[in-house]
Design a protein around this ligand. Structure first.
Ligand code: ADP
Ligand code: ZN
Length: 434
């Protein structure tokens, strides 16, 4: 049940002591980089000044912009010859940032991913098909090394090429997959096209879904279509990649590995800590990284912390699924909303297919929102009344979730653009004022 029982179930007191020790070490290591060296000198920060975990608050926050300003080597804390690998962020919100790893960093990271996979039930005899992009993106290689460390057999299929993915699953009896949730939804269509029912024709048991926000409704759809348990995997390149926070078999919140990271949740405006259970921005500090330690990195990801311990026995605190990034928030007709609210509403409606798109325009100086939704092909074969009824029902459900009434357009399967990587859900064509 546990990959590293002593660490995973360490009592809170010992975990705090461990974190404090590691934080001091991490501050010391970070100070060797040009950027932190300068920052620590001007702020008067040194390992000795960190007397309790609360002293983390003496350290300034950093953001993607700080990384961009010090691109590429400003945060490097070891001589370049000690670096064995580079990765980068996906560049979802602007120019990609880069991260460097020593051999020890890679080994630690693989250990964390192995721990996550084991927690979900993956064992040596499993056949693991890694359907994430390999390359600079951390999702592919991050899981690859973790799975090998665990001893599972890896099929490094990478992203895309849906028919080949299905063929590999059939021929090699894949039991575990790692897949982006929006792509997992698209693939359901391909299964239908090739006449494979994953529940009957394949040996799948477990799916790891992550790299982008998704709802419980999406998870349930994936679980039902594939006949698997789907576990939420959270990570970010700035903190290695996958393996930062992960669901256990309770599927209720993601354990943050606190022997390797400190997570704070702060109000994104005041930057003050928020209470457990209250939403805020997740801020991470790496505790073990050697090549490029990052302290108090503002993720912009919105989460809340669970107040209570997990029934699984692990003592590491849980965070909620990610609602989106602070910059994903849309303001439509003065109302704040997240794309994930639309996904939640749509994915709960059985006739809805596997893809949707949110379009925002300015019409007569007002915001105009269209939600374009793929619905099942059968809906287009019946009379138009059924379609109109469905459209109305969707508009009503969306209005009660969003408090804004969007125009709903229903389209046939395979009409909307597909991505193999992170889904693009919003096209904002609105005029920018002032
Ligand atoms: P980028 O920040 O450019 O997208 P990364 O590849 O480093 O590049 O992606 C990390 C980000 O992806 C996280 O900060 C978060 O916004 C998102 N993400 C990763 N895993 C999840 C997940 N399980 N749920 C929601 N969002 C996730
Ligand atoms: Zn748990």
């Amino acid at each position: 049940m546990f990959w590293d029982k002593d660490t995973e179930t360490l009592d809170r007191n010992s975990l705090h002591n461990l974190q404090l020790q590691l934080l001091r070490k991490s501050v010391e290591q970070a100070g060797k980089s040009p950027c932190y060296g300068k920052m620590f000198r001007s702020e008067g920060i040194s390992p000795e000044k960190i007397k309790s975990l609360d002293d983390i608050r003496r350290i300034p926050f950093i953001t993607k912009d700080t990384l961009r300003e010090n691109y590429p080597y400003g945060f490097l804390a070891v001589p370049k010859e000690k670096i064995v690998r580079m990765h980068s962020s996906s560049g979802t919100t602007g120019r990609a940032t880069v991260i460097f790893h020593t051999a020890q960093d890679i080994n630690e990271w693989a250990g964390l991913v192995a721990r996550c996979m084991y927690m979900a039930g993956v064992r040596e005899h499993d056949i693991f098909q890694n359907m994430m992009g390999y390359g600079l993106f951390t999702g592919g290689l991050g899981f690859h090394y973790g799975a090998e460390k665990l001893g599972a057999m890896v099929i490094p299929s990478g992203a895309g090429n849906s028919r080949r993915q299905i063929m590999l699953m059939q021929e090699f009896d894949t039991t575990v997959i790692h897949i982006i949730p929006s792509y997992a939804l698209h693939l359901i269509e391909t299964f239908r096209e090739v006449g494979v029912d994953p529940r009957k024709d394949l040996k799948l048991k477990i799916a790891f879904i992550g790299a982008e926000p998704h709802t419980e409704e999406t998870r349930l759809r994936i679980e039902a279509a594939y006949g698997v348990k789907a576990y939420n995997s959270y990570g970010l390149s700035e903190m290695n990649g996958p393996g930062v926070a992960f669901e256990c078999q309770q599927q209720s919140g993601l354990h943050v590995w606190e022997d390797s990271y400190i997570v704070e949740v702060v109000d994104p405006k005041t930057l003050e800590p928020v209470q457990d259970g209250q939403e805020g921005e997740a801020v991470f500090t790496s505790l073990k990284r050697e090549g490029m330690p990052l302290l108090r990195y503002r993720t912009r990801d919105i989460v809340y912390r669970y107040p209570d311990p997990c029934p699984c026995g692990r003592t590491h605190r849980r965070i909620s699924r990610i609602k989106g990034r602070t910059d994903d928030m849309l303001i439509v007709k003065g109302v704040n909303m997240f794309p994930i609210q639309i996904e939640k509403t749509l994915m709960a409606i059985p006739e809805v297919g596997t893809n949707f798109l949110i379009l925002l325009d300015t019409v007569d100086d007002n915001d105009f929102m269209t939600v374009r939704v793929e619905v099942s092909a059968e809906m287009f074969r019946g009379d138009m009344k059924g379609l109109e009824k469905l459209r109305k029902m969707m508009a009503d459900e969306l209005r009660s979730e969003l408090l804004v009434t969007p125009r709903v357009e229903l389209v046939e399967p395979d009409t909307l653009p597909k991505t193999e990587g992170k889904a693009v859900r919003v096209i904002d064509n609105r005029k920018q004022w002032g």
